[in-house]
Design a protein around this ligand. Structure first.
Ligand code: ATP
Ligand code: MG
Length: 679
């Protein structure tokens, strides 16, 4: 049986209890890492449902990453019966936005089955625009993409961007922005940022709609609110509405997404926007040993603070923090792997209790190799996404075109794959016709007029393709999609194509396995519609799949004993008994770009997030030399090491260097160490 809500509440401290029971107005819980903020949210959801009689589908909870949303869901579902949790929405901001858009797409000028563009899709669209309409200035594509994204996150319209552009570069980006939005609509597509921007614009402009959603969402909870950007903040405001019943929790010291437009200032703005805002602070940390917590507190004290926090723990001193200096990056990876294996064997610590955290994904490569060499099972988070694999991108292209024939990008990706003798010259003719008639490429490929410019096999191929896809589309209506997709795969002999494209049988098998996994996931999504009132369609399954990292979903189902590898950014909100923080060097952490841009504070918060993931032991590693662009360079220990309490650090290095370091610890030793490593 599930523990009763009374029991759950007894587990909380007094302040947490206050935060749970405050349900009438706006509430902000502001507290440091591991103080039970997420626990407040999960318990509060159960409390709202079980004690206050809220319906699960009137509660919306939002957090920052898919992984965090999943963990939160698990915690909540563990407290509720199946019946009680039906229709509960715990998701990321983007999934919430997508769910709103799925219901209101017509109002946003979209048609059924609209496509979700990923970053790569939107980059190629921007390139296309620059190429066609701005004299081929495709070099500016990446710049335009990030600038447009920033504008969208700040709720700046193309018109405003054009008016305010004070440099030529800005003006170009602003003009591209305007075209980009037009093209997106023509493709019946939205990009990632639109998932928030469009719901916000709709809710702002349409009072009846706003009313409807504010009635539907009776209570709103947001975790990690320090990382909300302007458009996300606006979405919260619009949904909370006049009732203003919400709980936001966050920690300004863990704001690590400034590059995505995140605004810790939103925390301050809250008290202006909601004068009756209640503030609860939590100060007891239930996660880490005193030593780990002291290190985190000492480090973050170097940043200026909006609110002062005094975090304490009564979990005992625990082990000192180990700092391992190694010869080079290979030795670093080797040390970490050896260390994990020996502790696993000697102390029977399960692999899943270890996490290896790093600043950049590229650092994981060597670690992976060494873990494999030691036969240590591991799982990597946020690595190469399932969706960036060619076989998946291609099949998704087919699925996208199936549900949205206006999706020209998808059409271009797959029309000649497997080969159908439809080359660039033919496609150009199709493109011309589509432009003349203002129709999609797919539609144009069946037009009679095409016979004036295209003939022979290419023409026949195009017509066959169009006919085949149209038939599949028709069959899709009201039917279960997976058998139809299987038929499509069979018709085009997709598996043979994959074999042809693979360099080995093994690789081909793995790719086919991936395709099967995609089909299974679609099947599963069809079976579990997100909400009762929602009819599951292939188009919904597809856009949801695009949003959710499939690797994560795959792993969700296996509860395997594996070492966890993840970036510092991805580790937010999570906790592990034993943490390795690797690559603690200048230019890596703090990252070189941040040093150049004088943005050390954000990097310090990142280090703070890393340290506070650890429950029992923390081990920091750094290399004296590291290869970079094929050249071996000398590394300096990170300045953040200087900011940790020396008395709690135990330095371990190789041979004599380590000895001499041990002999004279203290501030001076660090500079000595630096000098030594440099010599
Ligand atoms: P972060 O800032 O890293 O997201 P958080 O403030 O959300 O941390 P939680 O993850 O909710 O903190 O809690 C940290 C740990 O402390 C969890 O393992 C949780 O189960 C435990 N915990 C929370 N509240 C209590 C409590 N009152 N008594 C005992 N343990 C608690
Ligand atoms: Mg949390």
């Amino acid at each position: 049986p599930l523990p009763s809500i009374a029991q759950r509440l007894r587990n909380l401290n007094e302040r947490q209890l206050d935060a749970v029971k405050m349900i009438d107005g706006p509430l902000l819980v502001l507290a440091g890492a591991g103080s039970g903020k997420t626990s407040v949210i999960t318990t509060k959801i159960a409390y709202l449902i079980q004690t206050c009689g809220f319906k699960a589908n009137s509660i919306v909870a939002v957090t920052f990453t898919n992984k965090a949303a999943r963990e939160m869901k698990e915690r909540v579902v563990g407290m509720l019966s199946k019946q009680e949790s039906r229709g509960l929405s715990i998701s990321t901001f983007h999934t919430l936005g997508l769910n709103i858009l799925r219901k209101e797409y017509r109002k946003a000028g979209l048609k059924e089955g609209f496509t979700l563009f990923d970053a790569q899709d939107s980059l190629s669209l921007i390139k296309e625009i620059l190429d066609k309409e701005f004299n081929g200035q495709t070099d500016s594509a990446a710049y335009c993409q990030s600038t447009v994204s920033n504008w969208k996150n700040d709720l700046t319209t193309p018109q405003e961007a054009i008016t305010n552009a004070d440099t030529e570069e800005f003006l170009l980006a602003a003009q591209v922005y305007a075209q980009y939005q037009r093209y997106l609509r023509a493709y019946n597509a939205v990009d990632f940022d639109d998932l928030i921007l469009l719901p916000v614009s709709l809710l702002m402009a349409d009072e009846a709609l706003r009313d409807k959603w504010q009635k539907k969402v009776r209570y709103l909870l947001v975790d990690e609110c320090q990382d909300t950007n302007a458009s996300q903040y606006e979405l919260i405001r619009l949904l909370a509405g006049f009732r203003r019943c919400f709980t936001l929790v966050g920690d300004d010291d863990q704001s690590i997404y400034a590059w995505r437009g995140a605004r810790p200032e939103n925390l301050e703005r809250l008290s202006t926007d909601y004068p009756n805002l209640k503030l609860v602070k939590l100060e007891q940390n239930y996660r880490s040993t005193k030593t780990i917590l002291k290190a985190a507190n000492t480090l973050i004290a170097n940043n200026p603070h909006i609110y002062d926090k005094a975090l304490w723990s009564d979990l005992g001193e625990g082990d000192p923090i180990r700092v391992m200096v190694t010869r080079n990056e290979d030795a670093e990876a080797e040390r970490v792997a050896a260390e994990i294996q020996s502790r696993h064997l000697r102390h029977e610590i399960p692999y899943r209790d270890f996490a290896i955290l790093y600043r950049g994904n590229h650092q994981a490569r060597l670690i992976e190799i060494k873990l494999q060499a030691y036969r240590i099972p591991y799982k990597m988070n946020g690595g190469t996404s399932f969706f960036s694999r060619a076989e998946i991108k291609d099949l998704m292209g087919y699925l996208r075109l199936l549900v949205n024939p206006d999706d020209d990008n998808a059409f271009l990706r797959i029309v000649n794959l497997p080969r159908r003798e439809i080359g660039p010259a033919t496609l150009e003719k199709v493109g011309n016709l589509a432009a003349q008639r203002n129709i999609s490429l797919f539609e144009a490929s069946s037009y009679r007029e095409l016979e004036e410019s295209v003939s022979g096999r290419p023409l026949k191929s195009l017509q066959d393709f169009h006919h085949w896809m149209s038939t599949l589309r028709q069959r899709l209506e009201g039917a279960s999609p997976v058998p139809i997709i299987e038929q499509m795969i069979f018709d085009m002999d997709y598996y043979s194509w994959i074999q042809e494209q693979s360099s080995s049988t093994k690789m081909a098998e793995r790719r086919i396995e991936n395709v099967r996994f995609l089909l299974e996931s679609i099947q599963r999504m069809m079976e579990s519609a997100w909400e009762e009132d929602e009819t599951a369609g292939l188009d919904q399954a597809i856009s949801k799949l695009l949003l959710i990292d499939m690797l994560e979903r795959q792993e969700e189902e296996e509860d395997e004993d594996k070492v966890q590898l993840l970036t510092l950014h991805a580790s937010k909100g999570l906790e592990y008994p034993h943490v390795f923080l690797i690559g603690c060097e200048e230019e890596l952490l703090p990252h070189r770009n941040s040093i150049e841009n004088d943005d050390i504070e954000e990097e310090r918060r990142l280090a703070y997030v890393g340290i506070t993931r650890a429950k029992r032991t923390l081990c920091i590693t750094l290399a004296a030399k590291r290869r970079q662009y094929g050249e071996e360079i000398d590394c300096l220990p990170s300045r953040f090491l200087d900011e940790l309490p020396e008395e709690d650090l135990v330095w371990e290095g190789r041979g004599d260097e380590a000895d001499s370091v041990k002999k004279e610890r203290g501030k001076a030793s660090l500079s000595a160490l630096k000098a030594m490593l440099n010599s």
